[in-house]
Design a protein around this ligand. Structure first.
Ligand code: ADP
Ligand code: ZN
Length: 615
């Protein structure tokens, strides 16, 4: 690919030409141009971009402009194969070299490497750092070294891979070869750690905004998980691919069962399944349309599927980082997508308990508890969701995004000073040992066996809150917890106790406002398209569906995922523009030279037929 005409055109022109001709895109996005110029010029770059931000192009374009083969280090075999499949379909000479290859395949790839017939070679870190591999590479012109998922070097982060630490030696091994490290991890500490581990010789840092404008955020209290989830999918995402995250394996199985009973194409995915079953689930999710995976956190990293239309959380994740990473898997292609979550106080107890039972040091447990509290604060947030979300990663956002639940239907705040005092004193009178369930029993005056056994029916707070329903008290306790006036036991049994800051409220020096508990769930997609799940306006939906069917046919015939043929965004552009010539088709977003040659006629035929039947 690094042919003469491209080189002689000057570096920025060359990069732009590759972008247009190979990838079919008109412009670089955000930081891409700066990163690409830096690397083409031989400089090092650390690239921090959210999922879907367009990290791959940052090394794929320089790989095609610079002489030699680009080495791409990636932690996951499945991810490498997906990327290579997509690159080949763009006419790029890319291969994978890892332990999954048969010996003769391996020989062929190595021969191509030595013949200078590869633009990109994807390798696992442990494979690259083996002495015989390094020796071999010493005699091959290397265009650049890219380290994907670079947060794997961080021992602080959650994806630590010891093999990644050895990559620090690449600077010495490949002097003069530019290195680029990329991650979607927003954690400031992790960023510094990556820089220290991989760039002893310095680098330029490129930080994109971590905002994902196409994602709509919504959080609601969990009242009836099954009904809430089924309603949400039915209303917004009929026929769409999505991920539902749950905390436990058992729960995954149960929830997948619910969805199947509703006639949806859903599969469980968790560490308790046989590897074969896991592989099958992942494969169906990637290669077919509209599959829903119900998963523990084991699922997701290394899933590059661009058209995941929703990510639903039925249980609270551990932290804002985890939440942001998981929700970030929605809408990589930039089309409207939903991040939807329901949660309850019992999630907080369960996570606390898991933490208390973990092997983590006391210090680390304390930090993890703070992270959980920050997430709870986000959930109970009254204003726009984006400022607290992005603020957590050190990025300012002015709010009023217009594309989250709170912006669209601002929650009503009512004075709840009296009920808040009742709740706090009830926690106090019952001995600061019990969870929300028991505290509420006492508040509403329910004579359970435990209430009677403990004599809590004789307390002054027994029944003082009977005018409100349980749901009201649950919401209030959650908000007091999120506001820091209540805390849960560090031992993880879920007992509520007063924070010293609760005193001012008890003494009447502070008032407490509470968001009204009943909220009508509503998301952004329903407004823009009446048939939700369609990335196009309703009038184009029939054509879009036809194009989608053709895409699936072609993808099946080739044994590749549908998005490797064309992304949804490209099909949407076709459905809207309905080009009637190859040249017009070639001008659309995502239609490069190679794909135009390969698929142009077929799509044109379908579009012409549709036009004829419409006229
Ligand atoms: P990341 O690796 O950061 O999650 P990708 O590299 O997978 O993101 O890119 C996300 C999506 O954006 C892909 O569908 C990709 O084709 C598209 N994309 C990236 N850069 C551009 C661009 N300059 N113009 C149009 N689409 C782009
Ligand atoms: Zn908002």
């Amino acid at each position: 690919m690094s042919s003469e005409p491209i080189r002689s055109a000057g570096r920025s022109d060359a990069a732009r030409r590759v972008l247009r001709e190979v990838f079919g895109f008109e412009q670089f996005r955000g930081e891409q141009a700066g990163v690409i110029d830096t690397v083409i010029d031989g400089g090092n770059a650390l690239v921090l971009m959210p999922t879907g931000g367009g990290k791959s192009l940052c090394y794929q374009v320089p790989a095609l402009v610079r002489d030699g083969t680009a080495l791409i280090v990636s932690p996951l075999i499945a991810l490498m194969h997906d990327q290579v499949e997509a690159l080949k379909n763009l006419g790029v000479r890319a291969e994978v070299l890892n332990s999954s290859l048969a010996p003769d395949e391996r020989m062929r790839v190595l021969r191509d490497l030595h013949d200078g017939a590869l633009d990109l070679l994807y390798v696992a870190p442990e494979g690259l750092m083996q002495p015989h591999m390094l020796d071999r590479l010493a005699s091959v012109p290397i265009a650049l070294l890219a380290i994907d998922e670079a947060h794997c070097v961080s021992q602080w982060g959650h994806d630590f891979r010891p093999e990644y630490l050895a990559l620090g030696a690449l600077a010495e091994r490949f002097p003069g070869v530019p290195r680029i490290a990329l991650t979607a991890t927003a954690d400031l500490r992790t960023r510094d750690e990556i820089e220290r581990a991989l760039f002893a010789d310095g680098c330029r840092r490129f930080t994109a905004s971590f905002d994902r404008p196409n994602i709509h955020y919504q959080v609601a209290p969990r009242t009836n998980a099954r009904r809430q989830l089924v309603d949400f999918i039915g209303r917004e995402h009929a026929g769409d691919a999505g991920i539902v995250y749950c905390l436990s394996r058992r729960r995954c199985e149960q929830v997948a069962g619910w969805l199947v009973e509703e006639g949806l194409d859903a599969l469980p995915y968790h560490a308790g399944l046989e590897p074969e079953a896991r592989r099958r689930a992942q494969d169906r999710f990637i290669r077919e349309e509209g599959v829903i995976v119900v998963a523990t956190i084991a699922f997701g990293m290394g899933i590059d599927k661009p058209d995941v239309r929703f990510v639903a959380h039925l249980d609270l994740p551990r932290s804002i980082e985890a939440y942001y990473q998981e929700t970030g898997r929605a809408g990589r292609d930039g089309l409207p997508s939903n991040a939807w979550m329901v949660y309850g106080l019992d999630d907080v107890y369960r996570l606390r308990q898991m933490l208390a039972e973990s092997e983590l040091s006391d210090d680390r447990q304390r930090i993890e508890r703070q992270r959980l509290e920050a997430l709870l604060g986000y959930c109970e947030q009254v204003g726009c969701r984006r400022p607290p979300l992005l603020g957590y990663f050190g990025e300012a956002h002015p709010g009023d995004c217009g594309h989250c639940d709170n912006c669209q239907s601002p929650p009503k705040l009512g004075d709840a000073t009296e009920p808040a005092r009742m709740a706090l004193s009830c926690v106090y009178r019952t001995g600061q040992r019990f969870g929300a369930g028991h505290v509420i029993d006492v508040l509403v005056g329910r004579r359970t066996e435990r209430v009677e056994r403990l004599g809590h029916d004789r307390l002054s707070t027994f029944g003082i809150g009977e005018e409100h329903a349980r749901g009201y008290w649950q919401a209030l306790l959650r908000q007091l917890l999120a506001g820091g006036l209540l805390a849960t036991d560090p031992d993880g049994h879920g007992g509520l106790r007063l924070d010293p800051s609760a005193r001012a409220l008890l003494r009447g020096e502070l008032r407490w406002k509470m968001r009204e508990p009943a909220r009508v769930p509503k998301t952004g997609r329903a407004r823009t398209s009446s048939r939700s799940g369609a990335p196009v306006a309703p009038e184009h939906a029939p054509v879009f569906d036809q194009l989608r069917a053709l895409r699936l046919e072609l993808a099946r015939a080739e044994g590749v995922p549908p998005y490797v043929v064309f992304h949804d965004a490209t099909l949407a552009a076709m459905a809207e523009a309905r080009p009637q010539t190859l040249a017009a088709l070639g001008d659309l977003h995502g239609v490069g030279r190679h794909k135009l040659d390969k698929y142009g006629e077929k799509f044109l035929e379908r579009l012409q037929a549709l036009n004829a039947s419409a006229g």
